[in-house]
Design a protein around this ligand. Structure first.
Ligand SMILES: [Fe+2]
Ligand SMILES: [Fe+2]
Length: 276
């Protein structure tokens, strides 16, 4: 049976869909064995509005998974947890680490908010840094432990440690992997661990070809040399792969990939549906 991936929230919105856009991401993944919501966008209001417009209900979420702690992926959490308090909630073990953005000399919290902590503790919390099967055939990658390629990082992102402020190592950044007969579908949140590092990790863990990549690849802000490198790896090692890109991929990266890889590259704004 086909599995449906619906983009519930993205920075961009499909025309005439009546959905709201915001800087954030959320995917509804509908399988024969249950529904998984991957990330919750930035705000409860947008998540509630878009789910209603798409005919999706918080009570029907069988599992929630968080790609990482940032506000644009976790901000809508309570819209689900208030209606579905005992839901299984999957994330990396480092999800509760406080995270900050440094701008003009000031650190601002950009991780989970105080209001999320209690509802999350009341959920059926499943934290893991290892690959884990959430629903039959639907896995979280676990921590992307090896990162020889550039990360999808920002110079502004910090964590606070006993030794002082440090650049965020993004330990919490995970993706999802859907196993299909013909190969794998990789579903990315923000890919701070780096899209190439994530794909190498998937190769090491699952040993199957990647048919499709969906989501945010964090190529926004990437310099030309890195973008050219990504294009050459995609051309050499992912010659049959389809790309459904959104969120933090960035316009210039998207246009470059489209011009080099052609029709295998598509945008995936809120309201888009992919059957795999
Ligand atoms: Fe992020
Ligand atoms: Fe993001």
């Amino acid at each position: 049976m086909a599995i449906k991936i619906i983009c519930v929230i993205d920075n961009a919105v499909k025309e005439q869909s009546g959905l709201l856009g915001e800087h954030g991401l959320s995917f509804w993944i509908e399988t024969d064995h249950g529904n998984l919501l991957f990330d919750t966008g930035q705000s409860e209001a947008v998540l509630a509005h878009n789910m209603k417009m798409l005919g999706l209900h918080p009570e029907d979420v069988d599992a929630l998974a968080l790609s990482h702690a940032h506000y644009d992926h976790t901000g809508g959490l309570n819209s689900i947890l208030s209606k579905n308090p005992g839901v299984a909630l999957y994330a990396h073990t480092d999800i509760f680490q406080a995270r900050y953005s440094l701008r003009h000399g000031k650190y601002t919290s950009i991780g989970l908010e105080e209001k999320h902590i209690e509802p999350m503790q009341k959920a059926n919390l499943q934290l893991s840094d290892q690959p884990l099967e959430i629903l039959p055939g639907l896995w979280m990658t676990g921590e992307i432990t090896e990162r020889p390629e550039p990360q999808g990082s920002s110079a502004h992102h910090f964590i606070r440690t006993p030794e002082g402020w440090q650049h965020d190592p993004y330990r919490d950044d995970i993706s999802l992997v859907l196993k299909r007969k013909q190969g794998l579908v990789v579903i990315c949140g923000c890919c701070h661990a780096g899209i190439l590092n994530t794909l190498q990790h998937v190769k090491r863990v699952f040993h199957e070809p990647v048919l499709t990549i969906v989501g945010g690849t964090h190529l926004v802000g990437a310099d030309e040399a890195y973008l050219e490198h990504v294009v050459s790896v995609f051309q050499a090692d992912y010659a049959q792969t389809d790309f459904y890109l959104n969120h933090c991929t960035g316009d210039s990266a998207f246009q470059l990939l489209l011009s080099r890889l052609g029709s295998r590259v598509k945008s995936f704004p809120a309201g888009s549906v992919l059957e795999v």
